[in-house]
Design a protein around this ligand. Structure first.
Ligand code: ATP
Ligand code: MG
Length: 346
């Protein structure tokens, strides 16, 4: 205390009830984040390839799940998260929509039920694939027909020609006979990794569709029970691939609906500009913003405004080089902290 009073004050000023983020590289103290005190509880990680974004997302989301018993849904484009969580002793279910298709509807649905499902499906479909109103109406009638008659999904593209997107959809949706085997139940109720590597390799629009469709289902089933503590963590890594297709809708969800449902998004991408014109909305709604190490001055100049980094801070940040080292802006503190995210420390 006598030698360095700042160290003493900073360490004890932290809310130790929060989630441990990382070790302060200046003072050696632990930096915590208390999501219950924040207006929003999203986490946004930016950084070059190999800088430690995925390790940061899995480490922080694991700590949230352990501390708050939140449910977690992970969208995994690189098939890496199962092992990242397993290191912490957490086994997540793995769901691959190419192996187990999502239910478009169930043969036993009554008219109201399948009409509602058709609307929900087409709402997401039109947002991601951007179809015209006329096509929307045609599709509505066709999807309603296949659901009502319990037809095979292939019937859709027999009826509507020249809609490439339907070939995509037929790969990941099916009409299920009964609700007993509804795979959405386990996605909604258990900690799940949605494996998207193969889907992404076929089409990045299709994997964006899966992300948006599942997030939409989570929102619809959330039961609107906000308690200040995130009840569900949704991890979206490699956001760059989905951003061009779903960022408009996702930003609305981030800023408007997620808090009411107790949902926290943990997102990562290489460049802050991957989210395009939504950059202010995404950074403002993120309680934790992490910029992983990079030696590029251009990168830090771009990040400075969102991290409140001074000229000297930029110069210093460009000297960070280790994996897991980053500059963090953690709500409610305005000033950036230089931290190391230690995945092994709990
Ligand atoms: N906090 C850390 N401490 C020590 N090593 C780390 C840390 N974070 C990452 N690493 C090492 O760096 C490697 C790359 O990390 P990670 O996959 O998280 O990077 P990334 O930024 O997600 O890369 P990409 O953009 O290619 O997905 C890891 O396999 C691990 O070996
Ligand atoms: Mg990664």
């Amino acid at each position: 205390m006598y030698v360095n009073p700042a160290l003493y004050l900073f360490t004890w000023a932290q809310n130790v009830d929060g989630v441990y983020i990382g070790m302060d590289l200046d003072f050696g103290s632990k930096v915590y984040w208390d999501p219950s005190s924040a207006i929003t509880s999203h986490v946004f990680v930016v950084g070059p390839s190999g800088s430690g974004k995925s390790v940061a997302l899995s480490t922080l989301s694991y700590r949230m799940v352990r501390k708050f018993k939140s449910k977690i849904t992970v969208f995994d484009v690189k098939t890496e998260y199962y092992h990242l969580f397993k290191v912490n002793g957490m086994n997540l279910n793995v769901f691959n929509p190419l192996k187990t298709p999502l239910p478009l509807c169930f043969c036993e649905d009554n008219r109201t039920e399948f009409e509602q499902k058709v609307n929900e499906f087409l709402n997401v479909f039109s947002k991601v694939y951007g179809i015209s109103t006329t096509m929307y109406r045609t599709l509505y009638e066709c999807v309603k027909y296949v659901c009502g008659k319990c037809e095979s999904i292939e019937h859709l593209y027999d009826t509507i020609e020249n809609l490439e997107a339907l070939n995509d959809i037929a790969k990941i949706f099916e009409i299920y006979p009964t609700k007993d085997s509804d795979p959405m139940k386990s996605i909604l109720n258990a900690n799940t990794i949605i494996e998207l590597k193969d889907v992404f390799l076929k089409s990045s629009t299709l994997s964006s569709f899966v992300i948006y469709y599942v997030v939409d289902s989570i929102l619809r089933n959330c039961g609107l029970s906000f308690s200040g503590i995130p009840q569900r963590i949704i991890v979206v890594d490699e956001l760059w691939h989905a951003a061009p297709h779903i960022m408009d809708g996702l930003t609305q969800i981030l800023t408007r609906y997620s808090r009411g449902c107790g949902i926290s998004f943990f997102m990562a991408t290489q460049s802050i500009d991957d989210v395009g014109m939504h950059v202010d909305a995404v950074t403002n709604s993120s309680a934790v913003l992490l910029a992983m190490a990079s030696q590029s001055h251009g990168y830090w100049n771009r990040m400075a405004r969102y991290l409140n980094l001074s000229r000297r801070g930029i110069y210093r940040a460009a000297k960070l080089s280790g994996q897991g080292e980053c500059v963090a802006r953690v709500y409610p503190y305005e000033n950036p902290v230089f931290i190391y995210i230690d995945p092994l420390e709990n």
